[in-house]
Design a protein around this ligand. Structure first.
Ligand code: NAD
Length: 420
C-alpha cells in the first residue's frame, strides 16, 4: 500500500506492524492474524453539499468497520483536510484494540471526511454532516455501528447526525451516535472523559513506578478537547504543573506553570494559545523535546519519530492522541527508559463514557456525573494494570502489552464464532 503522505509515516502500515509484532510474541494463529490485519468492511462516500455562495462542492468521506467479533462497532468521525483512507483504517484498527483492552463489548470502527471545517460556515458543516449520515446510514445503527466525535467534530455535529438518522428511520434513535449534547441523550462526564482516563492512567503509573507527580512538570501538544482537559485535570487530580502547551499555530512555555482558565480564555479570544502573556514561544517540535516529567501528545499521529525520539526527555509519555509515536521511536523511548502509556489505553476514557452513553440511551435512565466518573475510574484502573502486568510478564513495552491483552480478547471471540 503506497504512503498517501510521504512526509508522515503511513499510520495503517504502523498499525499493521504493531499487530505483527504482537502476533509474533503471542504466537497468534496465522489465519486469525491475517484476518485481524484488515478491516472487515469499508464504505467510501462522495458528498455533494450546497455551499453558502450557491455553488455545490463535492466532498469525500469514509466509514470503516474494522472488526465486530466482540459486538457492534464504535468509533469517531473526523473532519480533517489531511484525512486519508489509511488514517481511517489505522484508527479503526486502534478502536478495535481500544474497546478490547477496556473489555467493552464492542468492536472498532472509524469515519472521516476530507474537509477544512475552519473554512466552512455552521450551515455548510450541518449540510455536510447530514449528507454524510444519509450515505452511511445503511451501515450504522444501534446494533451495527455507533459513531462519535473526534478531531474537529462536536456535540452539535453529533446532534445533527442523530437527527438526520432519526428522520430517516421515522423515530428517535438517540443511541445511534454518542458524544451528543446532554439535552439529546448525552452522558454526564463525556466532555472531559478522554483526558480524565489519561490522568487516571498517570495516577496508576506513579503508583507502580513509585514516583510522586505532585508539582512535576507537563508539556501538552494539542490544545483541543483532550489537551485542555489534560491541563485542567492534571492539576486538579495529580497536582501536575503544565509548563508548555501548543496548538496548530504554535506553542508557549513558561517554567512557572500555566493557568488553565487564563490560557483557555486567551485561546477563545485569539483563536490560539500563541502570544499568551508572560510566555516564551516554542514550536510544536521543540515542545516535544522539553525537559519535563510528563509529555502528553494530544494532537495528531506520527509526531514522535526516530528523528526526534532521541531528544525526548520526558520520563512519562501519556498518549492522548491516536498514533503519536512511530514504532522506531517506540524502540528508542523504551531503550531510554521512558514509560509510555500507549494511545489505545491512555485515551480510552472517551470511548468508555461513550459506551456508558449507549447503555444509558438503551435504558432511557441517566446517571449522575459522580457515577460516570467512578465507573470510568474502575475501568481505566483495571485496564491499566492488565497492560502493565502483561508488559512485565513478557518483558515488553506497554504498547505491546496492551496489544497482547486486546488481541487475545478479539482472537478468542473470532475463534469461538468459528471465523478462523
Ligand atoms: P480537537 O479537535 O478538540 O483538538 C485538536 C487540537 O490539536 C487543536 O488544538 C489543534 O489546534 C491542535 N493541532 C492540530 N494540528 C496540530 C499540530 N500539527 N501540532 C500541534 N497541535 C495541533 O481534537 P481532540 O478531540 O482533542 O483530539 C486530539 C487527539 O486525541 C486526536 O489524536 C484524537 O484522535 C485523540 N482522541 C480524542 C478523543 C476525544 O474524545 N476527544 C478520544 C480519543 C482520542
Amino acid at each position: 500500500m503506497s504512503d498517501p503522505n510521504p512526509v508522515r509515516p503511513n499510520p495503517f502500515t504502523i498499525a499493521q506492524r504493531q499487530l505483527d509484532d504482537a502476533a509474533a510474541i503471542m504466537k497468534l494463529d496465522p489465519a486469525i492474524h491475517e484476518l485481524l490485519r484488515w478491516p472487515l468492511r469499508e464504505l467510501h462516500v462522495t458528498l455533494p453539499v450546497k455551499m453558502d455562495d450557491g455553488t455545490t462542492k463535492v466532498f469525500h468521506g469514509f466509514r470503516i468497520q474494522y472488526n465486530d467479533a466482540r459486538g457492534p462497532t464504535k468509533g469517531g468521525i473526523r473532519f480533517h483536510i489531511g484525512e486519508t483512507v489509511d488514517t481511517v483504517r489505522a484508527l479503526a484498527a486502534w478502536m478495535t484494540w481500544k474497546v478490547a483492552v477496556m473489555d467493552i463489548p464492542l468492536g472498532g470502527a472509524k469515519g472521516g471526511i476530507i474537509c477544512n471545517p475552519k473554512a466552512m460556515s455552521p450551515g455548510e458543516i450541518e449540510r455536510l454532516s447530514r449528507a454524510y449520515i444519509r450515505q452511511v446510514a445503511r451501515m450504522i445503527g444501534l446494533e451495527k455501528d455507533v459513531p462519535a466525535p473526534d478531531v474537529y467534530t462536536t456535540p452539535q455535529i453529533m446532534a445533527w447526525m442523530m437527527d438526520e438518522f432519526s428522520m430517516m428511520q421515522g423515530y428517535n434513535e438517540f443511541g445511534v451516535i454518542t458524544g451528543k449534547p446532554l439535552a439529546l441523550g448525552g452522558s454526564q462526564g463525556r466532555g472531559d472523559a478522554t483526558a480524565r482516563g489519561g490522568v487516571y492512567c498517570l495516577r496508576e503509573a506513579q503508583n507502580v513506578l513509585g514516583i510522586n507527580l505532585k508539582g512535576a512538570t507537563q508539556a501538552i501538544q494539542g490544545y483541543g478537547n483532550a489537551g485542555t482537559f489534560a491541563h485542567k485535570l492534571g492539576a486538579e487530580i495529580l497536582g501536575l504543573k503544565t509548563v508548555a502547551v501548543s496548538d496548530s499555530k504554535g506553542g508557549i512555555y513558561t517554567p512557572d506553570g500555566l493557568d488553565y482558565e487564563k490560557v483557555l480564555e486567551h485561546k477563545k479570544k485569539t483563536g490560539s494559545v500563541v502570544g499568551f502573556p508572560g510566555t516564551k514561544p516554542v514550536s510544536n517540535k521543540e515542545l516535544l523535546e522539553l525537559d519535563v516529567t510528563v509529555l502528553t501528545p494530544a494532537a495528531l499521529d506520527g509526531e514522535i519519530t526516530a528523528e526526534n525520539a532521541p531528544r525526548v526527555k520526558a520520563k512519562l509519555i501519556a498518549e492522548l492522541a491516536n498514533g503519536p509515536t512511530t514504532p522506531e521511536a517506540d524502540a528508542i523511548l523504551q531503550k531510554a527508559g521512558s514509560y509510555v502509556i500507549p494511545d489505545f489505553l491512555c485515551n480510552a476514557g472517551g470511548v468508555t463514557v461513550s459506551y456508558f452513553e449507549m447503555v444509558q440511551n438503551a435504558y432511557d435512565y441517566y446517571w449522575d456525573e459522580e457515577r460516570v466518573q467512578r465507573r470510568l475510574d474502575k475501568k481505566m484502573t483495571t485496564a491499566f494494570h492488565a497492560v502493565h502486568e502483561t508488559a512485565r510478564k513478557y518483558k515488553i513495552n506497554n504498547r505491546m502489552g496492551a496489544y497482547i491483552v486486546a488481541v487475545s480478547r478479539v482472537a478468542e471471540a473470532v475463534r469461538l464464532r468459528g471465523w478462523a
